[in-house]
Design a protein around this ligand. Structure first.
Ligand SMILES: [Zn+2]
Ligand SMILES: [Zn+2]
Length: 68
């Protein structure tokens, strides 16, 4: 599969991941990898700590999230 973002500007780049939110394919130059610990809910006792979750999003979804 090719990167959707590159496809919109008529380039063809092999995708290495997909956006978790909208599912488009992304090349290394367009994906955003977020590694952060999942927020722990208060009052639910001990949760697994120190392990960061990974999440890949496309530029469009990232912009949308940052604008909230
Ligand atoms: Zn791309
Ligand atoms: Zn997306």
């Amino acid at each position: 599969m090719d990167c959707y973002e590159c496809h919109t500007v008529e380039r063809s780049t092999t995708a290495v991941a997909t956006c978790r939110e909208c599912g488009v394919a992304l090349c290394p130059g367009h994906l955003h990898v977020e590694t952060k610990e999942i927020h722990k809910e208060a009052g639910l006792g001990k949760t697994t700590g120190g392990i960061a979750a990974r999440r890949v999003v496309c530029p469009t979804c990232r912009r949308a999230e940052l604008s909230v």
